[in-house]
Structures are given as structure tokens and as C-alpha cells.
Ligand binder design. Structure first.
Ligand SMILES: [Zn+2]
Length: 269
């Protein structure tokens, strides 16, 4: 039997990647994680993914809705723990009841989801959750894990232009893949804290979860694959309720902005 030893030349890139990796702040209270792909590269990957998503989808052509989601997004970003990139919000004109974030801070919402929301607080809960995935670098961590050392090495050292393309392709393939349960719990937790700080009634997160979970019947293309019959969904809802209790007393001026939301919703055919 042949024994394999890691030769020094093979292991040096791995060591260098570890040295170059930064400890990035990835959540409230100064929580940090080891990140290999820096923000600049993350944004390049995100931009390429965005171009590909834009080429393949029809986007809602309504400046008022764009301004509306930008405004909600800005309020949440202002209170979040990651501001080293510019967040972008876009609405895909499709009846899918879904939303997702790519690395680099690009957040996509489907009109099918917007039509199901009854208040701005419910939409803010979805957007806060997606922003939290970006803050916590869940997408980039998933990408790092899927890429393999040799491609990661080429990306980190920038000596192969093909590496960016590979990263983008792997990233696009992972767009609708599930995050780990731990990552989802983290995004729920951060999301509720951020939306509350941004002035939204966090009960919007509960009504959003409960409504979508009762509608989805386990549809995999549904937002967060929620389903009332999944124990994970039940757990996420009860964890979110407990978190809201722990945040009390809540600020007095929180709102759901239901009326304003319904006016905006009536613009969607
Ligand atoms: Zn999520």
C-alpha cells in the first residue's frame, strides 16, 4: 500500500491561504469568522453572478417599487454589522414566492413573494434575513467549502483569471441550495434584531413565517423551504418568538407600515 505524505510544496499554498485569511466580523456583538475570500473578490463574484441572473430573468420595471425596496433595504443596512460593501436590491417579475442573496450583497425578491406580504414589516423581515446571510458571509462560506483548495488558491492569489469564472459558476449552482440549519437560525436571529433596530415591529417576522409556512406545502422553490409540517420550521418560529420576548421592552415607535404596503402591493398586477 502506498502511503501519501503531503509534500512541503503542496502544503505551502494552504498555509499561505490561512495566513491571508482574515477574521471578519460576521454578526452582532463582534462575532468573527475565518474568511478566505476577501470583500473585493466577493464583490467581483457577486457582480458576475448578478449579470448572469439579469440575463436570465425579467425584472420588475417600476421605479416606485425600486425606490421602495431600496428605502427599506437602506434602513436595515444602516443598523447591520457589515458595511464594507454596497447592497443592491432587485425585484424579479415572477410568481415564484421566493427571495435570495448572492455573495457581494445582491438581494433578489420575487413579485410572487411581494404579493403575499401584508405589511412592510413582513417584507422587511424577509429582507433582513437575506441581509443577515450577507453579514454572516454564509454564501461566501458555502462557496469556500464547495470550491476546493486549488481553485481557492488561484482565486486568492489571483494568478488564474479562470478561477473567478469557476467561483461564479459554483456560486450560481449554489444559489438555491439550502443553508445549514445553524446558518438559518443565525440569519433569523440577526434579521429580527436588525429589523427591530430599523423601526419595524418584529412580529412581522412571525406573521411572515406562519403565513408562508402554511401556504408552501413543502414546495422547494418556496422562500426558505418553509413548511408547517417541518419540525425545523416550527423550531424557527418558536425560536423567533422567544428572541422577540428576550428583546423586550421593545422601542415604542415600532410599526408594521401595513397601509403603505397595501398601497404599494396594489401596483403589482
Ligand atoms: Zn435563509
Amino acid at each position: 500500500m502506498k502511503k501519501e505524505f503531503y509534500s512541503l510544496p503542496r502544503i505551502i499554498p494552504v498555509i499561505l491561504i490561512l495566513i491571508l485569511a482574515g477574521c471578519a466580523v460576521t454578526g452582532p456583538g463582534g462575532k468573527t469568522s475565518l474568511i478566505f475570500i476577501g470583500t473585493e473578490q466577493e464583490v467581483s463574484i457577486g457582480n458576475e453572478m448578478d449579470a448572469s441572473i439579469r440575463a436570465e430573468n425579467r425584472f420588475l420595471n417600476d421605479p416606485l417599487w425600486q425606490e421602495y425596496v431600496d428605502n427599506i433595504g437602506r434602513k436595515i443596512v444602516n443598523v447591520c454589522d457589515r458595511k464594507d460593501l454596497t447592497y443592491h436590491f432587485a425585484v424579479i417579475d415572477s410568481n415564484m414566492v421566493n427571495a435570495f442573496a448572492t455573495p457581494g450583497g445582491n438581494i433578489f425578491l420575487y413579485t410572487g413573494l411581494l404579493k403575499q406580504m401584508d405589511s412592510e414589516a413582513e417584507l422587511a423581515a424577509v429582507m433582513s434575513h437575506e441581509i443577515s446571510h450577507v453579514v454572516a458571509r454564509h454564501g461566501i462560506k458555502r462557496l469556500q467549502a464547495a470550491m476546493g483548495v486549488s481553485i481557492l488558491e488561484q482565486l486568492v492569489f489571483g494568478n488564474d483569471p479562470g478561477a473567478l469564472k469557476v467561483a461564479v459558476d459554483v456560486g450560481l449552482g449554489l444559489t438555491f441550495a439550502s443553508y445549514s440549519r445553524e446558518n438559518e437560525n443565525e440569519a433569523d436571529n440577526f434579521g429580527i434584531q436588525y429589523m427591530t433596530k430599523a423601526g419595524y415591529d418584529p412580529k412581522g417576522a412571525i406573521t411572515m413565517f406562519e403565513k408562508l409556512a402554511s401556504m408552501s406545502q413543502g414546495d422547494p422553490n418556496f422562500f426558505e423551504k418553509l413548511s408547517m409540517s417541518h419540525p425545523e420550521t416550527q423550531e424557527r418560529i418558536s425560536n423567533s418568538k422567544a428572541l422577540i420576548e428576550s428583546l423586550k421592552p421593545l422601542p415604542a415607535n415600532l410599526s408594521t407600515f401595513s397601509q403603505k404596503y397595501r398601497m404599494m402591493r396594489s401596483r403589482l398586477r
